[in-house]
Design a protein around this ligand. Structure first.
Ligand SMILES: Nc1ncnc2c1ncn2[C@@H]1O[C@H](COP(=O)(O)OP(=O)(O)OP(=O)(O)O)[C@@H](O)[C@H]1O
Length: 278
């Protein structure tokens, strides 16, 4: 595999269900009297990749937790194609939204293939699984997409950080969700696997993706739109070019950055200057 390898556009299956519209409707989360997310309204259209960016502690992971149902919002709602996610039975919601969380617990010594196959659990009942051969084919395609097939028989406890991250993303894809929520998915990945993952997200058209990224250059390269959180509030949203301005970078992140255009794609890219050596 090289970074130039084409990424399969049909990602996992030949007849994927279409991506869903994801709406965060005036979402609020208050914990012990402290508002962690305030009145957050955000929409990701079917097939769109929307990036959630902001400083440490600005509420990004908290908002994502509401989307993958690890946290019940205090106010507002998360809707998928207009339906409140909390109104869906858990198994149906697990067929709709899959997540890579920031600190996923991997403490049982499954093999890589067994762990990825757990992503199929929501499909097992009601004749939704595809029969043994097609299920195996799906697992192998997902493993190839994330470049983990060579690890299939290895125990997950012995993997490197980047290998484990790719396995967990493979498990989320095996779930065949319509909405994929990713909290810092490039953590631990070398640059080749970062680029491969982001191309995968960008080239598919049937998954709606909400992704938290700290690397604003990668966010600008992959996201159709960015939403910027600061102290739990949405302070800007729009295309990467609309959002990543020197003024916003100073106001929200407190950094001075030079914004240039990528010569091939035109995407905004940030150049950082550490200042003179003292
Ligand atoms: N269960 C909780 N109880 C109290 N405070 C919490 C809880 N969970 C998160 N927080 C606080 O809420 C704020 C937002 O946290 P969150 O993890 O959503 O931020 P984030 O934007 O994802 O940050 P990072 O970029 O560092 O991952 C932080 O100040 C955090 O300490």
């Amino acid at each position: 595999m090289t970074p130039e390898d084409p990424v399969s556009e049909d990602l996992v299956t030949e007849d994927p269900p279409p991506g869903a519209e994801l709406t965060l409707d005036r979402l609020g989360v208050t914990v012990r009297g402290r508002a962690l997310v305030r009145e957050l309204s955000l929409r990701a259209g079917a097939g769109e990749v929307v990036g959630l960016v902001g400083p440490n502690g600005s509420g990004k992971s908290t908002a994502l937790r509401c989307v993958y149902r690890a946290l019940r919002p205090t106010t507002g709602a998360v809707r998928v194609d207009g339906t409140d996610l909390l109104a869906l039975p858990p198994r149906r919601s697990a067929r709709t939204v899959a997540a890579l969380t920031q600190d996923p617990a991997v403490d049982l010594d499954f093999t890589v293939e067994e762990l990825i196959a757990l992503g199929r659990a929501p499909h097992r009942r009601a004749h939704r699984s595809r029969g043994p051969a097609a299920e195996q084919d799906l697992l192998e395609r997902v493993m190839d997409l994330l470049d983990v097939r060579h690890l299939a028989g290895r125990g997950v406890l012995g993997l490197s950080g980047g290998e484990r991250q790719r396995v967990l993303i493979a498990r989320a894809l095996a779930q065949e969700p319509r909405v994929l929520v990713l909290d810092e998915p490039t953590n631990h990945l070398d640059i080749r696997h970062q680029i491969r993952l982001l191309r995968l997200l960008r080239e598919q058209s049937f998954l709606t993706v909400l992704v938290v990224l700290h690397d604003l250059n990668l966010a600008a390269a992959v996201c159709d739109r960015l939403a910027v959180l600061s102290e739990g509030r949405l302070v800007a949203q729009g295309t990467p070019s609309d959002v990543l301005t020197p003024g916003l970078l100073w106001d929200v992140f407190g950094v001075t950055a030079t914004v240039v255009r990528h010569p091939a794609t035109g995407a905004p890219q940030l150049l950082h200057d550490l200042g003179p050596r003292s």
